[in-house]
Design a binder for this molecule. Structure first.
Ligand SMILES: [Mn+2]
Length: 315
C-alpha cells in the first residue's frame, strides 16, 4: 500500500455513508489537504485533517441551535491532496484545480488543513468563479509577508498575492510584522486587530465585520484565531484570541448576509492525548455547514447575481 492509498482511508465526515456522503448528491465537499511542508520546522498540521475527520464521528448530527440535521444536504469527503513530487507549487496547483472543479459542479468546497498556504490556491479558484468576493480571513497572524524562509509559497505569505486583488476583511489579528502593517490600511482591506476589538462591545465588531463583507465570500479560518485556552493545538498559539461563541457569532452574521463560495479551516496540529481541540475543529466545520444550509440560498457558478436574496439564519 502506498502512502497516498493509506491516506485515502481517512474516515468520512460524521461517519456518513451512502447517499449523504455521495459526491454527486452532496452539497458540501470536504477536501483534506494534510500538508505542512513550507515551514522548515514542519508544524504537525499535516495531521489536522485526519484528527478532524476522526473527531467528527462522535458529534451529534442534529444541531440544537439550528434545529436541523445539516448533513441531510450531503457532505462528501474527497480523497486527500497530499504532498508528492514537485514541491509546494505542484501541490497548490492540484488544490486549485480540485477546488475549481468542485465550484463548477455547483458544490461548496470546505478545505481541511494542513497549513495556511493552501488558502492561496483555493482562494484563487474562488476568485476566478466569483470575482467580486470578499476574502474573510480569521487568523491571529496577517500572513501578508512577501516571502518567508526563502519561499513565496510559505504559510506566512498565504494571503499576500490574493490581498492585492481581492477585498479582504481580516479578524483576530494580534501578531503582525512591521512590514505587514501598511498593507492592512489599504483601501481594499479592513483589519480588525484584537486589541481594538476588545475595547468595545463585541457585538459592534460582529456588525462591522458582517456589513463589510460583500455578497459573495470565501471564508478562511486559521484555528489560531481562537484563544489558546480553547485551541492550544496550533503551531503558533498567541494569547488573547476569540472564544467559541464569538467566532460563531461572526460566522453566523456573515453567512446570514452573504453567499459562501468556499471555506477553509486550517492549522490544526493535534497534540497527543488532547482531544477537545480536535473535536472543536470538527464541530466548527459542522457549524459552518449548518449555517450555510440554514440560509438556503446557495452560491452557484454563473448564478447568484450580486443582488440575489439570502435568508437570514434567524428565520
Ligand atoms: Mn495564524
Amino acid at each position: 500500500m502506498t502512502g497516498a492509498e493509506s491516506h485515502s482511508a481517512l474516515p468520512p465526515f460524521l461517519g456518513l455513508t451512502g447517499n449523504e456522503a455521495d459526491a454527486g448528491f452532496a452539497r458540501f465537499h470536504l477536501l483534506p489537504v494534510p500538508y505542512d511542508g513550507t515551514s522548515l520546522e514542519r508544524s504537525g498540521a499535516r495531521h489536522g485533517p485526519e484528527a478532524i475527520l476522526r473527531a467528527s464521528r462522535l458529534l451529534e448530527r442534529h444541531d440544537e441551535e439550528l434545529m436541523m440535521d445539516p448533513s441531510r444536504l450531503g457532505i462528501a469527503t474527497a480523497p486527500p491532496i497530499t504532498a508528492g513530487v514537485g514541491g509546494p507549487e505542484a501541490l497548490l496547483e492540484r488544490v486549485h484545480r480540485t477546488v475549481a472543479q468542485m465550484l463548477s459542479a455547483g458544490k461548496t468546497p470546505i478545505l481541511l488543513g494542513g497549513e495556511h498556504a493552501i488558502t492561496a490556491a483555493a482562494g484563487e479558484a474562488a476568485l476566478a468563479a466569483a470575482p467580486r468576493l470578499t476574502l474573510l480571513h480569521i487568523d491571529a497572524h496577517a500572513d501578508l509577508r512577501e516571502s518567508w524562509q526563502g519561499s513565496i509559497h510559505s504559510h506566512a505569505c498565504a494571503l499576500r498575492r490574493l490581498s492585492e486583488r481581492t477585498h479582504l476583511v481580516s479578524v483576530g489579528l494580534r501578531s503582525v510584522a512591521a512590514e505587514e502593517i501598511p498593507l492592512l490600511s489599504r483601501d481594499n482591506v479592513r483589519a480588525h486587530l484584537m486589541h481594538a476589538v476588545r475595547r468595545r462591545p463585541f457585538s459592534e465588531a460582529v456588525t462591522e465585520i458582517s456589513e463589510a463583507v460583500r455578497r459573495h465570500v470565501y471564508i478562511s479560518i486559521d484555528l489560531d484565531a481562537l484563544d489558546p485556552s480553547i485551541m492550544p493545538s496550533v503551531p503558533r498559539p498567541e494569547p488573547g484570541g476569540l472564544l467559541w461563541w464569538e467566532l460563531l457569532a461572526i460566522l453566523r452574521a456573515v453567512i446570514a448576509r452573504s453567499m459562501v463560495v468556499g471555506v477553509d479551516v486550517v492549522n490544526l496540529a493535534p497534540v497527543a492525548g488532547l482531544e477537545a481541540p480536535n473535536r472543536l475543529g470538527a464541530r466548527l466545520v459542522q457549524k459552518i455547514i449548518g449555517y450555510i444550509a440554514k440560509c438556503q440560498a446557495f452560491w452557484r457558478p454563473g448564478g447568484g447575481a450580486d443582488d440575489a436574496p439570502t435568508v437570514p439564519v434567524s428565520r
